[in-house]
Design a protein around this ligand. Sequence first.
Ligand SMILES: Nc1ncnc2c1ncn2[C@@H]1O[C@H](COP(=O)(O)OP(=O)(O)OP(=O)(O)O)[C@@H](O)[C@H]1O
Length: 257
Amino acid sequence: MPPISDASRDFHDRPALLEARGLAFARNDEPIFGPLDFALHAGEVVLIEGDNGAGKSTLLRVLSGLLAPGSGEIRLRGEPLTLARLSPQVALLSHQSGLKHELTALENLRFAAGLHGQRKGISPATALAGVGLDGYGEVPTRQLSAGQKKRVALARVLLAPVALWLLDEPYANLDLDGIKLVNRLLERHANGGGAALITSHGAYAYTSGTPRRIPLSPSRPPRAGEGAPAGAERGASARNPHHPFGELPPHAGEATE
Ligand SMILES: Nc1ncnc2c1ncn2[C@@H]1O[C@H](COP(=O)(O)OP(=O)(O)OP(=O)(O)O)[C@@H](O)[C@H]1O
């Protein structure tokens, strides 16, 4: 299989779908990442690389509008964007599935489509079939395995009417067929003019050649006495107060598990 990022060639004459300029994030004055400068063009899949704790998830949370950057600028299609405008235009797959476990798989997708709309030509049912879960629509999400939940979360990304995918460890919990499925979805999305930033600790490199990479340096552990006040969520002061869903990114639903 050719590198997924090859699909970017035809789209490089267009403005970058996403651009970060001097983008940096810190907690309690401790740098987590940056300053970073990079561009993501339509048609590209780019791998964010770094050891555990390097700041990959944090970067995706900043780019999704869940956290406000400490400094720097994010541009979408060449336009400087406020976080309030950026967040509804990206689909974030995070470590938490964001699924409501009391709802069935289909109900979760219908709920997401009702909130955010759905991509033309795709429905909750076809999105579910597209991730290999045909026949699981009426199963309560709590009864699904970890890999099946990951597939439902991927179906929600598939359904979202957005060009920009931010996928944090999209291969985690997936079997080999699931890993190939993610690569097929990424390839199709990129070939259709979308783009994706992904993190992965291995499966991507194993299955997909050599994508362009954004390296993040490891951060150091907090010193004794550092950190958030007792009872407070660390980093909470950096949350985006303008986010339409408060702490929830539109396609992640981080707090629903
Ligand atoms: N809610 C939080 N409050 C305070 N510090 C945090 C919080 N979440 C993450 N961190 C710290 O921020 C740094 C970056 O974490 P992050 O989750 O972005 O790393 P990562 O590169 O995604 O790691 P991994 O590969 O393990 O998933 C780490 O040092 C971590 O301890």
